[in-house]
Write a protein of this length. Structure first.
Length: 402
C-alpha cells in the first residue's frame, strides 16, 4: 500500500539508490482517469521519482513509494483533505514544512508540477530551495482557467519563474505561448502509454452484423457525448445495427452532474435505451478488456461553453488505438496528431453529429477498413507513444536543468 512516510523515513533500497531524485508534485495520487501520470513516474530509469500529494487514493491500482502526504506526524496543520487542497490552490495555506525537510534531505534535481494550478502552488517552495521547476499542463488548466482573471495573473508569474513547460503536442504548445509563456521555455513532450499492458488484437466482426462502438470518458461538456448519441441515432435511423457502450460517470461536481443529465436525456429523446449500455466507472484493466469487444472508439471532443478543452488529446484515444481499434474523433486540439485522418481513424468537425455519423457509416460498411486502420493505429502508437521510450526524453528535460 502506498505509504505516507515522515521526512525521516526512507527504506534501505531508497537510501542506496544513487540516481538523481525528481519530485512529482500533484493534488492527488492518483485518480483512476490519470494513468498517464503513473506512467511518467513508473517508467523512470535515470532518475528516482518521489511524489508530493495532498491526498492518496486508488493505491491498489497505482502502487508507488514514496508518496509524501501532509498529515498527522508530518504537519498537523495539513491533513491532506479536499478542503485544504482547495485552500492551497487559493494561496491561503503555506507549503507543508515536511516537504522542505524532504527536499533538504534528498536534494532533488528538479520538481515536475502536474497541472498549471499545482505549478503555481509550487512556486514558493521551488524558489525557497533553488529547485529547477518544470510544469506540465493538461486541459482545463490551460483553456478554461485563464478566462478567469485571477488565474491569468497567477500564470504570468508562473511563466516568469518556472524553468520549463511541457505540452502534449503542437496545438497545446501554441496555446501556451499565446497565453504569454516564453516560447523558449516550451517543449513538446508527448504522453505515452504502457504498450506491454495493451495487446494488439484484430477485431472479428460481430456475428449479428452490428457495429460495436465504445466511448470512455468522464461526463464533462468537453467530451461531447451528446453529439455522439445524436450520431448513433442517425446511424440507427438509417437502418444500421449499432450498439454503444459508455464507460464513465459524473462525480459530485454540479457541472458534471448536469452533463450526465444531458446525456441521459439525449438517450431517452433519441430512443436509444436498447442500444446503449452504461457501465459507469470501471478499472483501467476492465476498460482494456471491454475494448476488445468493440469495433470503433468514439471520442467526439468539443470546446465547452466555459472554454474548457482537451488541451492536448485524450490518452484513451492512444490506448484504444494501441488495442487495434480505429478511432472516430474530432478536429480538436492535438487529436489530429494522434488520430491520422484516413489512416488510423476518421475525423469530423466539433459538434457535427451528421459528420460523425457519416464516418461511422464508412466503418460500418467496411470491416476491411476497420481492420486496416486498427493495424495502422497500433503501429502509430508503437512509433510515437511508447511511455518507456518517451520517458527518456522526459528525463533529459530534468537533467538539462541541473
Amino acid at each position: 500500500m502506498t505509504s505516507q512516510p515522515t521526512a525521516d523515513d526512507r527504506d534501505e533500497t531508497q537510501a542506496n539508490d544513487e540516481r538523481p531524485v525528481v519530485v512529482h508534485s500533484l493534488w492527488e495520487w492518483l485518480p483512476l482517469t490519470m494513468t498517464w501520470i503513473y506512467g511518467q513516474v513508473r517508467f523512470s530509469r535515470r532518475v528516482r521519482p518521489v511524489v508530493f500529494a495532498e491526498r492518496v487514493s486508488n493505491v491498489t491500482w497505482f502502487p508507488w513509494q514514496p508518496v509524501y502526504v501532509p498529515s498527522g506526524g508530518i504537519d498537523r496543520r495539513m491533513q491532506g483533505t479536499r478542503v485544504q487542497a482547495v485552500a492551497r490552490r487559493l494561496g491561503v495555506l503555506p507549503y507543508p514544512r515536511a516537504y522542505s525537510a524532504i527536499i533538504r534531505r534528498d536534494s532533488p534535481c528538479a520538481m515536475l508540477s502536474h497541472f498549471g494550478t499545482r505549478g503555481w502552488a509550487d512556486l514558493s517552495i521551488c524558489s525557497a530551495h533553488g529547485l529547477p521547476h518544470l510544469v506540465r499542463f493538461y486541459g482545463s488548466d490551460l483553456s478554461a482557467l485563464p478566462k478567469l482573471g485571477h488565474w491569468m495573473e497567477r500564470y504570468k508569474r508562473l511563466f516568469e519563474e518556472a524553468d520549463l513547460f511541457l505540452c502534449e503536442g503542437p496545438h497545446m504548445a501554441e496555446t501556451l505561448t499565446e497565453l504569454g509563456c516564453p516560447a523558449e521555455k516550451v517543449r513538446v513532450q508527448r504522453l505515452g502509454i504502457d504498450l506491454e499492458a495493451i495487446n494488439y488484437q484484430p477485431r472479428k466482426p460481430a456475428g449479428d452484423g452490428s457495429l460495436r462502438i465504445l466511448i470512455a470518458s468522464t461526463f464533462t461538456p468537453k467530451k461531447g457525448i451528446p453529439y455522439a448519441l445524436e450520431a448513433i441515432a442517425l446511424l440507427a435511423h438509417s437502418g444500421y445495427s449499432v450498439k454503444l457502450t459508455i464507460v464513465g460517470d459524473a462525480d459530485g461536481n454540479a457541472q458534471r452532474q448536469a452533463e450526465k443529465r444531458r446525456i441521459l436525456d439525449t438517450i431517452s429523446a433519441q430512443s436509444l435505451q436498447k442500444r446503449v449500455r452504461l457501465l459507469g466507472l470501471i478499472s483501467h484493466e476492465r476498460l482494456i478488456e471491454e475494448a476488445y469487444g468493440h469495433d470503433v472508439f468514439l471520442a467526439p471532443s468539443v470546446t465547452a461553453p466555459d472554454g474548457d478543452t482537451e488541451g492536448g488529446a485524450p490518452v484513451a484515444i492512444i490506448e484504444m488505438s494501441a488495442s487495434g481499434m480505429p478511432v472516430v474523433s474530432t478536429n480538436h486540439c492535438d487529436i489530429p496528431s494522434v488520430v491520422q485522418d484516413g489512416v488510423t481513424g476518421l475525423l469530423a468537425d466539433e459538434r457535427d453529429s451528421e459528420g460523425l455519423a457519416a464516418r461511422l457509416k464508412t466503418l460500418a460498411d467496411s470491416p476491411e477498413t476497420r481492420a486496416t486502420m486498427g493495424k495502422a493505429a497500433r503501429r502509430h502508437v508503437e512509433a510515437s507513444y511508447d511511455a518507456r521510450l518517451l520517458n527518456s526524453g522526459l528525463e533529459a528535460h530534468y537533467l538539462s536543468l541541473q
